[in-house]
Design a protein around this ligand. Sequence first.
Ligand code: PGA
Length: 248
Amino acid sequence: MALRKLVAGNWKMNGDRAALGELHAIGAAARATSQVDVAICPPFTLISAAAEVAEGEGISIGGQDCHANAKGAHTGCVSAAMVKEAGAALVIVGHSERRTDQGETDADVHAKAAAAIAAGLTAVVCVGETEAERDAGRAVAVVEAQLEGSVPREGQGVNLVIAYEPVWAIGTGRTPSAADVAEMHAAIRAKLGDVLGGEGANVRILYGGSVKPGNAAELLHIADVDGALVGGASLKAADFVPIIEAAG
Ligand code: PGA
């Protein structure tokens, strides 16, 4: 059974209030393509304004990170409940940029994902190998280990999404071959079965890394690719809308 596709945009540290105007055209495409769930994850500062604009547009808003604790002395951090109260329905955790820049471990990502789920958010848990790991033939083993360490066992199709993002494909214009994506997504599906039992079949697995209008149709129709996590091409509706359409 094919899962309903999710196309999520990760604005990273980009965007301002004016950029929220893009949400209208993105929403129109989301409503026209009723088979696809659409989300935009702007910086924290825009979540609440984005949620207001998105209301009625048929798109969800997400955060890009949350703290594992509910509250406390963590200057500069934001809890999952705060992200939710601001108007988000989902939150990305464990993006490779945070694993690298902030030194987040699988245990950190697991704790954040569990906090997100407990707060009523959908956790989008990111995994993916570096180029050196792929060249060494270890890509699948690396991703399986990340899943083992990062996926909360209470995850279900309704509150957990996995995003497979090869680190070397993010922002580079390079993508794995369709065969490599198929191999990895099948391995992720099998691993989800190990860690979540039968519920693993209901968890969507997104592909991310240099998804563009020109390659979206091919990537989105590979077996066990249940959507896309899109960085650069999510900033402008002119790029993001064709990706939504390719998923439909
Ligand atoms: P990209 O980023 O689409 O710009 O490669 C994807 C991501 O990091 O989520």
